[in-house]
Write a new protein. Sequence first.
Length: 133
Amino acid sequence: MDRFEAMRIFTKVVESKSFTRAADMLDIPRASVSVTIQQLEALLKVRLLQRTTRRVSLTPDGATYYENCMRVLADIEDIESSLSGTGKAPQGKLRVDMPGALGRMVVMPKIREFHTRYPGIELMVGFGTSLSI
């Protein structure tokens, strides 16, 4: 059993208050949700959910496990999103206005290098404006 996937399924069951709705949200069979929760409870040796024909609710142990799952899943999501951004190059529009002398002496000699390094940035440079601080 993949514990990460089991935690994800468990949290969806809790949030939707239904095995069927959780299965629909995760696009997996309802039986898979049920089996995963049973395996998770067997592994942890505690009952996580109180089931009736009409509703699903958390046991006290289930509530504690749910809070911890949410924290772990949020941490994993933060880690993945922080790493996924490191390989992406910046992109978008960048508008810069500067005095003509500064632009000609400092910026223009570096424009080609900048464009090679950041091809996803559309650079709009304006010269002749004065800086006011």
